[in-house]
Design a protein around this ligand. Structure first.
Ligand code: 48H
Length: 256
């Protein structure tokens, strides 16, 4: 006989235990796009207690949508080793251009990251940060459904030694810090420099260059890096997103 209340207890009990295990963590990542998932994989694999909060129901950010809803992504030569690391299959379309199924890529990134030990909580939005003496020391979260319903319900705080903004084009966490710190980001103007128009070749390089600390203890990766430090967009080529995720993880591991 199946007892429904056992199912209820199994779900609530295990979820709460997982959530409590990351109230204080090494790294909090905002956003489960390709760069956030890749960063989470490397951080967890290296033994850092890492938690990722994702606003949406599904994972992968802009990756599953491929280019104009054709569920394929392209990765250049520099990103090929990462396709192999995540067991994502691909074919060479022309020399140096590898094409993969965007659904397989999303599934492989997600599966590998979770199995490496990354704790992912979807349907949760990062709505603020904790700041102590001009350093980010954690984030403030709430259920995404509360945000969507515009209900006045107070959020809760999660503490970490580093925070990564992997929220993509809007660089939401950086914008919160920009607004509340009065424009003291580590960018040239102290403010969000803003994303520039499409130029894939330059954008792919700049995404990786711009992957760094943007405010003490707050890092950016993926599209958020180009939005924060000012760099073009690149369309549906994803090597830079993966390399950026790996780079931000390595910077934080080195700091440890
Ligand atoms: C929790 C949040 C919050 C929040 C947003 O956009 P993403 O896929 O991010 P990246 O940078 O890993 O990848 C970018 C890529 O998908 C892309 O858009 C490209 C290559 N564009 C090129 C072009 O020319 O357009 O994922 C970000 C994720 C999403 O799932 C959001 O739901 C989530 O972050 N998110 N999660 N709290 N405040 N804000």
């Amino acid at each position: 006989m199946i007892e429904e209340t056992t199912i209820t207890k199994a779900i609530i009990d295990t979820y709460i235990k997982d959530l409590l295990a990351c109230v204080e963590s090494d790294v909090i990542i905002g956003g489960a796009g390709p760069s956030g998932l890749c960063a989470g994989y490397y951080l967890a694999k290296n033994g850092l207690n890492t938690v990722l909060f994702e606003r949406g129901l599904k994972l992968g950010g802009g990756m599953p949508g491929g280019g104009i809803m054709f569920n394929r992504i392209v990765v250049q030569e520099e990103g090929r080793a990462l396709l192999d690391e995540f067991d994502i299959r691909y074919q060479q379309y022309e020399p140096g251009y590898y094409v993969a199924n965007s659904l397989e890529a999303t599934a492989c990134l997600t599966s590998k990251a979770i199995k490496a030990g990354l704790r992912i909580f979807n349907l949760i939005t990062i709505e603020d940060v904790m700041v102590r003496e001009n350093r980010v020391e954690g984030v403030v979260i709430n259920w995404s459904s509360v945000e969507m319903a515009k209900m006045h319900i107070d959020p809760v705080s999660f503490k970490s030694r580093s925070v990564i903004d992997a929220t993509g084009h809007p660089c939401e966490i950086v914008r919160i810090v920009e607004r509340k710190s009065g424009g003291t980001l580590l960018t040239s103007s102290g403010r969000v420099e803003g994303e520039k128009s499409m130029w894939a070749d330059v954008a792919e390089r700049m995404t990786v260059e711009n992957t760094k600390e943007v405010y003490p203890n707050l890092y950016v990766c993926g599209m958020a890096a180009n939005a924060a430090f000012g760099g073009p967009r690149m369309g549906p080529i994803f090597g830079g997103m993966l390399i950026s995720g790996k780079k931000v993880a390595e910077s934080i591991i080195k700091k440890k």
